[in-house]
Design a protein around this ligand. Structure first.
Ligand SMILES: C[S@@+](CC[C@H](N)C(=O)[O-])C[C@H]1O[C@@H](n2cnc3c(N)ncnc32)[C@H](O)[C@@H]1O
Length: 241
């Protein structure tokens, strides 16, 4: 119960100030934002004005990880992807105010990445503190279905990074990696128990800060996307005939 009240308190703080529709209107007015109307496929190099590698933060919320990494790596371009415009608004505002040039924000369903990126246009991806989707494996962002979506826009050598507080998401990601026989590059079951904590893992997202305050352990997995198409779990209605 205490945890829930704490979470609601944080969510209230997150939404304070402008209301959702005001944020949506302002989101559209920023120069670093794109949505489902935007024709970006194959055009990201011209959008950024350079051919630097493109890294996505999926389910980025306010884009904390994209912004943190962008500050560390000015020669890499970052794009935060999320469906919630009022969360992306915050990241877009920070980048606009701080003059951060190598970050953009894209408001779309992650399932539709291939409509906004050409084949092999993406170099690397981060999935940061996604919903673990305990009931809906198909909606889990490291499920076979989603790995196949990522394969439409990233080469087989592309790198996936996952940072999560969820045992379920962590374990199911490792199971998917094993099932597809993918190359596991790093597997840290307690990021902040690692000494020293690598600088790129010290960036904290909005949700990460909440889970850390609750004493949760944070996990990190890095693997190569590979070229084998993953087996996809069928929708229940398909299974039932
Ligand atoms: C728990 S929040 C994490 C946000 C942020 N990464 C953080 O750590 O603060 C999960 C986010 O995933 C987004 N999301 C989940 N499924 C998505 C999908 N299929 N397409 C786009 N965004 C999605 C939600 O809108 C939400 O903002």
């Amino acid at each position: 119960m205490c945890e829930l009240i704490f979470l609601m308190f944080f969510c209230t703080i997150m939404g304070k100030g402008k209301n959702k529709s005001e944020k949506f209107a302002e989101f559209d007015s920023f120069e670093n934002t794109y949505d489902y109307h935007s024709e970006t496929k194959g055009k990201w190099a011209s959008i950024f004005g350079n051919t630097n590698p493109i890294v996505l933060e999926l389910a980025c919320g306010k884009g904390d990880y994209a912004i943190g990494l962008a500050k560390m790596n000015p020669d890499i371009n970052y794009i935060g992807v999320d469906i919630k415009g009022n969360r992306l608004w915050k990241g877009a505002k920070i980048c606009t105010e701080e003059g951060i040039q190598n970050v953009r924000f894209l408001r779309i369903e992650i399932d539709k990445l291939f409509e906004y990126f050409a084949k092999d246009e993406v170099f690397e991806m981060w999935i940061t503190f996604p919903d673990p989707q305990p009931q809906k494996e198909r909606k889990r962002l490291s499920s076979g279905r989603f790995l196949n979506v990522y394969r439409q826009v990233m080469p087989t050598t592309g790198i996936m990074n996952i940072k999560t507080d969820s045992d379920l998401f962590y374990e199911s990601s490792l199971e998917q990696i094993a099932e597809d026989n993918l190359t596991l590059l790093e597997n840290i079951s307690d990021v902040y128990g690692t000494i020293p904590v690598p600088e790129f893992l010290q960036i904290q997202t909005f949700y990460e800060a909440i889970w850390l305050k609750m004493g949760k352990k944070i996990m990190y997995v890095k693997f190569v996307l590979g070229d084998v198409l993953s087996r996809e779990t069928k929708k229940p209605k398909e299974i039932n005939g």
